[in-house]
Ligand binder design. Structure first.
Ligand SMILES: NC(=O)c1ccc[n+]([C@@H]2O[C@H](COP(=O)([O-])OP(=O)(O)OC[C@H]3O[C@@H](n4cnc5c(N)ncnc54)[C@H](O)[C@@H]3O)[C@@H](O)[C@H]2O)c1
Length: 440
């Protein structure tokens, strides 16, 4: 199949590469010439395990191409995936300007039948808007080329994106015509050889399914974070509570970890956008989700609060080692990362910070350009020099089993603030650390 992917970011690059991997001819378009140049030079703009090798393999096989040429991209694929960003607008709603621009570009140049697939996370009703934008462009040209619009939200997780795309738990396809449904079935057949995982539904339900999934996951996290804060006050350990409730198959163990708040490019913006859609388009107040967001915003400052409770509100002259900047492990994504709030809290109180992250330090430098109070370590041990305490914000594997003796010797005070509950609290305390984690 000939496929165009519009938007070569986390979702577009992973989807495009995986579709090339199974034999399709894929052209990835982006408006960012630097990104396309880097890809054409054999580089890769994001860190995602397994992706670089797969990109190289498919470029070498002649199945994966990159371009900034909008017209060429519109002509290329029978299937046109829209995978551009949908960042939050100032009022919290999803900003649709990139999706609309992508749709218009298709309409401006297409000359034969296209299946236009919304892969970006978009509010209910977007497929109608995409259909209208294309129709308008065709009308301006005085042509009546046929096309279908499909909703196919993406569920990949950064850090495991290639694996998720190659072996999806489910493929949601919202579609209202036969021809497009056949195309989508054919396209996804190689990714579900074991059993059919494609769930076909109407377009609006497909659009809502993506928001519902992220909203549910965010709700579990905020719920556990609130219980963790309660557990601390009551002298309980949230980790024991997690195991206790996770064993109930109706609840399950996944996504029940208490921590320093969720971040990333999806949960915060999708929760906001769903609240906004409900209010504006349906006159409904989503009370549970509103609380989820409020709880998460507060949780991102829980480490800052604990640090001040231990060292005082004025942190002038204090220095902290910080492990983990990315919003979660196995990615370099700093969008809405909790580390940003922790660093801001510490710097605002007068402290200095030396941070280390295996992948996200370049992205962090963009978030905090020329910040005199923030420096970066060459490795995790390097950050500990002159540090009053260690603060852990991201759950990278390499932080799981540090040399605690070295850690204790290097820190001015044997104090660990653990925003991801990485360690066995009893063990770490028995080694003489003051261990301030979440809900323990
Ligand atoms: N990142 C994730 O883990 C994830 C997972 C599932 C769904 N999503 C959704 O997928 C969408 C994309 O997310 P992302 O993280 O890949 O974003 P991203 O910011 O990494 O990538 C978007 C890309 O689109 C490009 N772009 C913008 N307008 C364009 C246009 N008119 N033509 C061509 N390219 C254009 C940008 O330059 C950018 O490279 C969002 O709606 C997001 O919510 C993201």
């Amino acid at each position: 199949m000939k496929i165009t992917v519009i938007g070569t970011g986390y979702v577009g690059l992973v989807s495009g590469t995986c579709m090339a991997e199974v034999g399709n001819d894929v052209l990835c378009l982006d408006v960012d010439p630097a990104k396309i140049q880097l890809l054409e030079d054999g580089g890769i703009p994001i860190f995602e395990p397994g992706l670089q090798e797969m990109v190289r393999r498919n470029v070498a096989a002649g199945r994966l191409h990159f371009t900034t040429d909008v017209e060429k991209a519109a002509h290329f694929g029978t299937v046109q995936f829209i995978a551009v960003g949908t960042p939050p607008d100032e009022d919290g709603s999803a900003d649709m300007k990139y999706v609309t621009a992508a749709a218009r570009n298709i309409g401006k140049y297409m000359t034969d039948y296209k299946v236009v697939v919304d892969k970006s996370t978009v509010p209910v009703g977007t497929a109608d808007a995409v259909r209208a934008a294309i129709a308008e462009e065709l009308h301006k040209r005085g042509v009546d080329t046929p096309y279908s619009v499909v909703s196919n939200p993406e569920f990949l997780k950064e850090g495991a994106a290639v694996e998720d795309f190659m072996k999806p738990d489910r493929i949601i396809v919202g579609c209202d015509d036969e021809q497009a449904a056949l195309n989508m079935r054919a396209l996804y057949a190689p990714f579900q050889r074991n059993h059919d995982r494609l769930i076909l539904m109407d377009i609006r339900s497909a659009e809502l399914t993506k928001y519902a999934a992220n909203a549910m996951l965010a709700t579990r996290i905020s719920f556990m974070n609130e219980l963790a804060n309660l557990a601390e006050k009551l002298g309980a350990d949230i980790e024991s509570v997690r195991k206790g409730i996770g064993s109930d198959p109706r609840i399950g163990y996944d996504f029940l970890y208490a921590g320093a708040g969720y971040g990333g490019s999806c949960f915060p913006k999708d929760v906001k956008a769903l609240i906004k859609t409900a209010a504006d388009d349906a006159g409904l107040e989503l009370k549970v989700l509103t609380a989820v967001e409020v709880a998460n915003d507060a949780q991102k400052h829980v480490l800052g609060r604990k640090i001040k409770a231990r060292f005082g509100d004025d942190l002038s002259g204090k220095h902290f080692a910080l492990w983990g900047l990315a919003f979660k492990a196995n990615t370099d994504d700093m969008r809405e990362a909790t580390s940003r709030e922790v660093i801001k809290d510490l710097l605002a109180a007068g402290a200095t910070v030396t941070a280390y992250d295996p992948e996200a330090m370049p992205a962090a430098q963009h978030c905090f350009p020329n910040e005199p109070g923030l420096s970066y370590g060459a490795n995790q041990t390097d950050t500990l020099e002159h540090a009053d305490a260690l603060v852990i914000v991201t759950e990278w594997k390499e932080f799981r089993s540090p040399n605690f003796a070295t850690l204790k010797a290097a820190l001015k005070n044997p104090v660990i603030f653990d925003g991801r509950n990485m360690y066995d609290a009893k063990l770490v305390r028995a080694m003489g650390f003051e261990y301030l984690a979440i809900g323990r």
